[in-house]
Every structure is written in structure tokens, then in C-alpha cells.
Design a protein around this ligand. Structure first.
Ligand SMILES: C[C@H](O)[C@H](O)[C@H]1CNc2nc(N)[nH]c(=O)c2N1
Ligand SMILES: N[C@@H](Cc1ccc(O)cc1)C(=O)O
Ligand SMILES: [Fe+2]
Length: 550
């Protein structure tokens, strides 16, 4: 019973670890936001802490006898220090063991980093101890310690059963010949096998916020009470809704929906207030007026369809659920509610599954022309029309796929190019500069600014654009102009396909899963499927060419 609960907790913890969160080693782009993701840090730490605590307790009262076989003298405990001193990796290991006898005997590769007090003498004791625990040493490196030359650092890679490994670590930790002993899971240091979402349901773990603007979302957290915000007005003083208690309460209410949302749920209906609807109406009407002159043709085409279906009207804010259904019919894209600005990694990951994480709240009534964070007016008016365009939808999914398991540096570049194209891109259409970026089509203040003579316009070149710093608080001083909308997609695509990730992925539309293309069998099955499809296509061509067709 306890083991089952522990296994469940273990999975939960893995879920947190697996999430593309800042907390879990995926630092998001800072974008000069103050105090990004404090909320996330607090919540995740708390959850993780309880998992760790429980596992530590279990590790302490486990029946495994921590025999001390290296040295007679147990290391002294420092006051207040955690009893077992297990690191996270060790907790994960001990949890993995708890899953059952098979798991216990599973062979584990692991790397240990040791600080040896008495140089080679200590090393030979360590090696003996590994041998005694039936472990095999696969790799060994040493170097003099940088701060204390009498000590030696060693990296030892071993292979042994999980149970023995845990016992070995316990005994090493108690040995006085070692200053430190740290376990690094081999899997974690393998760049070839990083975790990323494989199915749309995994996105339940990929919705971490950059929370500068969500002071009230987490009122239950003592560190995030109102007073702290008053003490630190710098955190969100610039936000138009900062001083508006009512607005903040409303934001909290809508954010709760996104927090509670799980894959497969219908998106809850929001009864928008009169004020919110008025804000939508004034942005909608202004965009409608500017659109024929300033928006790209792909945007205008879908906009009209949305009007014809009565989804786009000035007197009603479209519900995310109906918009999601509209997208599904046209490109297979769908929506899931997000509580605010997501980290680039989490946001991009969802695109791999043709899912767009959309906010559901409305900007503050005082700033309809521009707001410093995405709101549903931005998502609906800015992003939705193009996501219903088949070629743009495919392009978006490719960006998403390219982001899965990419390095932090790559995500940074990818999201920068995304920023200057999908969010703020301009393109030429018969020689005239038009807007296709969602942040322009949802913010008429910035749209007019972008097309005025104030900002600097540069030609879009992915490799150059990718390293251009930007901020999201005010109008952009620089925009990139593509030769055409199609040219932008082509260039972006080509640049993405040259990214350095050491594996290729593919979205399997039948299973809805992302597969890593890493075996001949998988590729053969795929080639077979594609051949069948190509056969159908050539048959269709032949039939149309046949005289009887006319
Ligand atoms: C990928 C890139 O950083 C992009 O600007 C993302 C970031 N997070 C987001 N989060 C939400 N909710 N909506 C968005 O449009 C975006 N855009
Ligand atoms: N500035 C956009 C909203 C937005 C803000 C920040 C972002 O990162 C994205 C979009 C608008 O007013 O519609
Ligand atoms: Fe956006």
C-alpha cells in the first residue's frame, strides 16, 4: 500500500521534473522581466519537497542495513542537516527501488563524483567498496581538487543493481575518507535522451508561467501575499491593472480555470462582463477598420470566414471552446487555456501537437490599444486567423517539433525568431509592407507605430534575427520585414531544419504521439506508409489526366 502511494508520488515528482519548467533546469528567457516565475518556484518546490521528505523518511527507516565497510568512523552529522542527506537523484533511485523486486534488481548506470580526502589511498578504498557491492567500474577520472590540493576529485562511472548502488552511496557517504559523494544519474547527463512531451496529454505538465503579472494568482502562498507586492511595487507597477483590485480579482478567477484544466476537458465557458466585452468591441472595430490596408491577405481571408460564422463580432467575445472547434475543422489545431504568459519552451512544445495555449482573460480597460502581456484579445484577434490557415498551421507545428528537447540556447533563438515573425512580423505584399504578427494585429497602437516612420525596419534573416535582443513591455523599436509571407515561412523552416539537435522527431497523426526517428524499423514502416500515400496521389493524377475524366 505504502509502496503504491510512493510509486504514485514518484511519478508525480517525475512529472514535475519532466515538465519544461524553470524549476527543473530549463531556464526560460528572462526578457528583462523582474522576478520571473516566482509562483512556479514556490509551488513546485513545495510539492517536490514533500516528495523528497517522504522518500528520505523511507530511506532512513528502510530495512537495508547501511553497513559501513570503508572506514570505521561514521561521518559526523552537522546540526540541522537532513538526516540521510540524500540528493534528489538518490531519492529518485530509492523510489525506483520501491516500485518492486524487478526494479530493485535492474542494472543501473550511474556517475559518482567523489572528493577524496587522502588522495589515492581513499581511491583504492572506494574501488574496493564498489567491488564489494558487485559493481563494475566503467570509467574513472581524477584531478587535484582546485581549492585544496591535498584532496583529489574523482569521477567514477559504475554499473550495478539499484539496491547495491544505494547501499554503496550510503556507505560512501558515511566514510571519513570522503569529503563529498554526489550521484549523477547517467540518463540525466545524456544529451541524446532528454525528456520532452510525447503526447498532448503530457502538456498538463508544460504550462509553466512567467509570473510577473500574476500577483494574485497565488495568494495562498505566504510569500506571495498582497503586502509583499506593496513592499515591492517594482514587480508589476507598470501593469495597467496593478492598482485595480477588481481587475486583479477577476484575473485570479479566470486563472483558476487554467490551473484546473486537464487534457481532454472541454474549455470552460466564461461569462464575460460588459466592461470586458466593450474592450473587445473597441479593439475589434479598430482592427476591422485597419485590416484591409495593413494586414496580410492570409489573415484577412480567415477573418472574413470567422465573421461569416458569427464567431468574430464586435458585441461578443468568442469563447475559446468555439474557436478551438473552428480551428479543428480547418487545420486540426486546438486550444487549451493558459493562465498567463508561458515559458517559451512550454509554449512552443504545445505547437508540436497542433495545440495553442491561450489565455482567457481580457486586458485592462484603460489600455485597449496595447497591453504588455498576452490576453485573449491578443490570442483570438492576433493568432487565431493564421492558425486556421493550413500552411501556417503546418509551419507552426514544425517550430513546435523543432523545440522538443532542444537546448536552452536553441530555445532562446527559436523563441526570438518566433517573436520577430509570428508575434511581430511584417511582410511585403506586392511591394507594400503588411502586418502578419499577432502582437500587431491585436494592438492597434503598435500596428500604427510599426507602419509609421518611427521604428527601424530590417530585412528578415533568421540567423541574424535570432540574436536580436527584445523586450515585451513597450512598442518594438525594430521590426523585421520578410520578402513575402511565404518567403518568411520558407526561410524560417530552412533555418530550423539546420538546428543542431542530435535526433529527428515526427508527429504520428494516427496515435497523436511524437516519435523519435531512431530505428530502421520505424523508418521502414513510415516509408511504407508514405509510399502507399504517394501511390494514391499518383493514381489521382492519372485519373484526372485520363480522357474519360473530362
Ligand atoms: C515562444 C515565444 O516566447 C512566444 O512569445 C510565446 C511565449 N509565451 C506565450 N504564452 C501565452 N500564453 N501566449 C503566447 O502567445 C505566448 N507567446
Ligand atoms: N502587446 C500585445 C500582447 C502581448 C504582450 C506580450 C507578449 O509576449 C505577447 C503579446 C497586445 O497588446 O495585444
Ligand atoms: Fe502571442
Amino acid at each position: 500500500m505504502a509502496a503504491v502511494a510512493a510509486a504514485q508520488k514518484n511519478r508525480e515528482m517525475f512529472a514535475i521534473k519532466k515538465s519544461y519548467s524553470i524549476e527543473n533546469g530549463y531556464p526560460a528567457r528572462r526578457r528583462s522581466l523582474v522576478d520571473d516565475a516566482r509562483f512556479e518556484t514556490l509551488v513546485v518546490k513545495q510539492t517536490k519537497q514533500s516528495v523528497l521528505d517522504e522518500a528520505r523518511l523511507r530511506a532512513n527507516d528502510s530495512s537495508v542495513d547501511p553497513e559501513i565497510d570503508i572506514e570505521d568512523k561514521p561521518a559526523q552529522k552537522i546540526d540541522g542537516e537532513d538526516d540521510s542527506g540524500l540528493t534528489e537523484e538518490e531519492v529518485v533511485l530509492s523510489n525506483a527501488i520501491a516500485e518492486g523486486p524487478d526494479a530493485e534488481k535492474a542494472l543501473q548506470r550511474a556517475a559518482l563524483i567523489l572528493r577524496l580526502r587522502e588522495g589515492m589511498n581513499s581511491l583504492s578504498r572506494v574501488l574496493k567498496s564498489i567491488e564489494k557491492h558487485q559493481g563494475a567500474v566503467c570509467h574513472l577520472e581524477t584531478r587535484p581538487n582546485q581549492s585544496d590540493n591535498n584532496q583529489l576529485d574523482a569521477l567514477v562511472k559504475v554499473e550495478m543493481t539499484r539496491v547495491s548502488l544505494l547501499q554503496l552511496i550510503k556507505s560512501l557517504r558515511q566514510s571519513s575518507s570522503l569529503e563529498h559523494c554526489t550521484l549523477i544519474g547517467e540518463d540525466n547527463i545524456s544529451a541524446k535522451n532528454p525528456w520532452f512531451p510525447r503526447h498532448a496529454s503530457d502538456l498538463d505538465n508544460c504550462n509553466h508561467l512567467m509570473t510577473k503579472y500574476e500577483p494574485d494568482l497565488d495568494m495562498n502562498h505566504p510569500g506571495f501575499a498582497d503586502k509583499e507586492y506593496r513592499a515591492r511595487p517594482d514587480l508589476d507597477m507598470n501593469h495597467p491593472g496593478f492598482a485595480d483590485k477588481e481587475y486583479r480579482a477577476r484575473r485570479k478567477e479566470i486563472a483558476e480555470i487554467a490551473f484546473a484544466y486537464k487534457y481532454g476537458d472541454p474549455i470552460p465557458y466564461i461569462q464575460y462582463t460588459e466592461t470586458e466585452t466593450k474592450t473587445w468591441g473597441s479593439v475589434f472595430n479598430t482592427v476591422l477598420e485597419l485590416m484591409p490596408k495593413h494586414a496580410c491577405s492570409e489573415y484577412c481571408r480567415v477573418f472574413k470566414m470567422l465573421q461569416e460564422e458569427d464567431i468574430f463580432t464586435p458585441d461578443r467575445i468568442p469563447q475559446l471552446e468555439e474557436m478551438s472547434n473552428f480551428l479543428k475543422r480547418h487545420t486540426g489545431f486546438s486550444l487549451r487555456p493558459a493562465a498567463g504568459l508561458l515559458t517559451a519552451r512550454d509554449f512552443l512544445a504545445s505547437l508540436a501537437f497542433r495545440i495553442f495555449q491561450s489565455t482567457q482573460y481580457v486586458r485592462h480597460k484603460n489600455t485597449p490599444y496595447h497591453t504588455p502581456e498576452p490576453d485573449c484579445i491578443h490570442e483570438l484577434l492576433g493568432h487565431m486567423p493564421l492558425l486556421a490557415d493550413p500552411s501556417f498551421a503546418q509551419f507552426s507545428q514544425e517550430i513546435g517539433l523543432a523545440s522538443l528537447g532542444a537546448s536552452d540556447a536553441e530555445i532562446e533563438k527559436l523563441s526570438t525568431v518566433y517573436w520577430f515573425t509570428v508575434e511581430f512580423g511584417l511582410c511585403k505584399e506586392s511591394g507594400v509592407v503588411k502586418a502578419y504578427g499577432a502582437g500587431l494585429l491585436s494592438a492597434y497602437g503598435e500596428l500604427l507605430h510599426a507602419l509609421s516612420d518611427k521604428p527601424e525596419l530590417r530585412p528578415f534573416e533568421p540567423a541574424v534575427t535570432a540574436v536580436q535582443p527584445y523586450q515585451d513591455q513597450e512598442y518594438q523599436p525594430i521590426y523585421f520585414v520578410a520578402e513575402s509571407f511565404d518567403d518568411m515561412k520558407d526561410k524560417f523552416r530552412r533555418w530550423v531544419s539546420a538546428m543542431s539537435r542530435p535526433f529527428e522527431v515526427r508527429f504520428n497523426p494516427h496515435t497523436g504521439r511524437v516519435e523519435v526517428l531512431d530505428s530502421v524499423e520505424k523508418l521502414e514502416t513510415l516509408v511504407h506508409q508514405l509510399n502507399t500515400e504517394v501511390l494514391h496521389l499518383s493514381n489521382a493524377i492519372n485519373k484526372m489526366k485520363a480522357p474519360s475524366y473530362q
